[in-house]
Write a protein that binds this ligand. Sequence first.
Ligand code: NAD
Length: 511
Amino acid sequence: TTWNQYRDVLEQLGLEKNNNKGVFDGEWKAAGDIIPSYNPVNNEVIAEVIQGTVGELDVAFDRVAEAQKIWQELPVPQRGQVLLAMRDALVKNIQPLGKLVSLEMGKILPEGIGEVQEYVDILEYALGLSRMLNGAMIPSERPGHVMLETWNPLGTVGVISAFNFPVAVYGWNSAIALVAGNGVLWKPSPTTPLVAIAVTKILEKTLREHNLPPALCSLVTGGTDVGQSMTKDKRAHAISFTGSTKVGRAVGTVVQERFGKSILELGGNNAIIVTDDCDLDLAARAILFAAVGTAGQRCTTTRRLIVHESVYDTLMERLVKAYDQVKVGDPLEEGILCGPLHTKEAVNIYEQTLASVKNQGGQVLYGGKVLKEGKLANGNFVAPTLTRVTPDMDVVKNEAFVPILHTMTYKTLDEAIAINNGVAQGLSSSIFTTNPSTIFKWIGSSGADSGIINVNIPTNGAEIGGAFGGEKETGGGRESGSDSWKQYCRRGTCTINYSGALPLAQGINFG
Ligand code: NAD
């Protein structure tokens, strides 16, 4: 039975069937509600978690701060060595942890394991950074003066994360926050608490082995109440929030009110433009992964397909064939490409979105069904879907977090770019073309207005080396690579006078 499958994974990660405590602040505890964690394949309970409370969050803030005081005194390369040990511990646990991601979130096993791999990768990146958190020397206009920049930790970084990347989002944030000398306090999605507890246990063990206070990586599971309390609390020097635009707007406002820093990674409404000069086979393969992968539950999922009118029919024919090959089912079964939606509520959103397509004059070209046959009967399964719409329809303007790809046509490149940019969100955009002038226009000032701008690859699959994030209602945050680490630091501009005189800037003579 499935219980054996759950038991093995839980045991390997130090989890239990019933008494999983959802708070870690140096010790495991939890005084909140008992909540079940469901397997979206069959809506069985995998295990139960006792959630944290607002009171426990309050205590955890102090514990993280105490731990951070010790951590920030460690030379940065030594912090790097601890991150390297965390990396090794994750590598050891990559199979059970990847499997737990599949069980609890619902993504296929290679993607579940891929998420842990992403955490491994970013820890390696952070190890490299531990030798490279350099500040600048700036020429001073005054004789006998030197100007320089220092990058010191902020203190505590609060991470509030979404259900769809239950490991990787925390991974990006914790690795970079830690190397910069911060402590981390995590509030995961209330529907993926088991993964959060498992990850925290792995980090706890590594910190203990290094005689460091394990509260450095603290966890408080819970719902909106815990999230809101964390957002309001001045002890969260930065809040890194990943989730919907609706919640992110509220979080950003509250953090701004207290002049905290926020990093907002919100909803996307990503498009691929298919030109008439591209390799259509390449495009079709990319679109399939981009729109159907993770059952449409990536922030970078392609939701809009903007196709040159001359190649529309040919491309759609290929896509329908490709969609026909996609096996929907248990994400742990080999050969399955599309798992279930994470919740029953998402199945309703799928149905409502299809109803809107029809009401607004669009058509369903392929799919469009909730799947209930055989083994799928008790799960949250839907058929990956292709629609035919026009860009002005309301349904195309919103992010529905399900595998529905809206297709539309264009005549000129300017029109295609205008359609791409004509939504409130600005996460990821791709174009398929072999024309160099199209490429340079696309990445230039009158091109795509999103944070991630791709050519001949899908909208998703960002590598950790670049800065990840989006513009407009996607929130403007950047995480992971490039100079994202600076957001987890307090920048000091220092001027040192070694001249013995006191010349003022701008040549001001004061008395
Ligand atoms: P969500 O907004 O419902 O929840 C995100 C988190 O916020 C959860 O931990 C939740 O408990 C918490 N929360 C809810 N109300 C809160 C409040 N008032 N104050 C503070 N915290 C609160 O999002 P979700 O359904 O878990 O995730 C899907 C969404 O996340 C999609 O919109 C997707 O595009 C987005 N996402 C964006 C990125 C990105 O990098 N841009 C990555 C992954 C997911």
